[in-house]
Design a protein around this ligand. Structure first.
Ligand code: URA
Length: 210
């Protein structure tokens, strides 16, 4: 079984993503654009959330409305770059819970190292959106998803801004059941593990640490 990848090719997303890629885009603008694009990604990533019917009384009549079913969604940014996507998700899902996964990529081995993990209670009844802007080797995302799956959430999906084909393949080889939502699939990874053409180091660009 191969996993599903949804590329959100909406013109607004692609326009904003191209602005983010420019090497002269300021930190402030990069952060703003990431937040905006993340909202569009959140919109698509939540498309298949289960809903339940509810009776609604409008000022004019009664009707059959809907509510998202179950406990509050969990947004799980992978620290630190995932934090840049959090507010865009919260703009659309303000009541969501937030779980944090602290992972950094060892620059030598490119392997993920966990240093922090905190999720809300009741995970078995929750749908989790793991957010990390760059799906490069796929190792960090796979480690984060693997760790969260130990909490047995009702569902889990991975949302990133950019993905490398190598990262998608590696991730889905380990978790074929986990859907990926991304704004673009780029050409390749370079020998330092950067996505090409990409946009550089997403964490550095959003926090101004370049
Ligand atoms: N992480 C980044 O921030 N950028 C890349 O291109 C790859 C991993």
């Amino acid at each position: 079984m191969t996993g599903r990848v949804l590329v959100v090719d909406h013109p607004l997303v692609q326009h904003k993503l191209s602005l983010m890629r420019r090497d002269n885009t300021t930190t402030q603008l990069f952060r703003t654009l990431l937040r905006e694009v993340s909202s569009f990604l959140a919109y698509e990533a939540t498309r298949d959330l289960p809903v339940i019917a509810e009776r609604v009384k409008t000022p004019l009549a009664e009707m059959e409305g809907v509510q998202i079913e179950g406990k509050k969604v969990v947004i799980a940014p992978v620290l630190r770059a995932g934090l840049g996507m959090l507010d865009g998700f919260l703009d659309l899902i303000p009541a969501a819970r937030v779980g944090h996964v602290g992972m950094y990529r060892d620059e030598e081995t490119l392997e993920p190292v966990e240093y922090y993990f905190k999720m809300p209670g009741g995970m078995t009844e929750r749908d989790v959106m793991v957010v990390d802007p760059m799906l490069a080797t796929g190792n960090t995302a796979a480690a984060a998803v693997g760790r969260i799956l130990l909490e047995a959430p009702r569902s889990i999906r991975l949302i990133c801004l950019l993905a490398a084909p190598e990262g998608i393949e590696n991730f889905h080889a380990q978790f074929p059941q986990v859907d990926i939502v991304t704004a673009a699939i780029d050409d390749h990874l370079n020998d330092k593990g950067y996505i090409v053409p990409g946009l550089g180091d997403a964490g550095d660009r959003m926090f101004g640490t370049c």
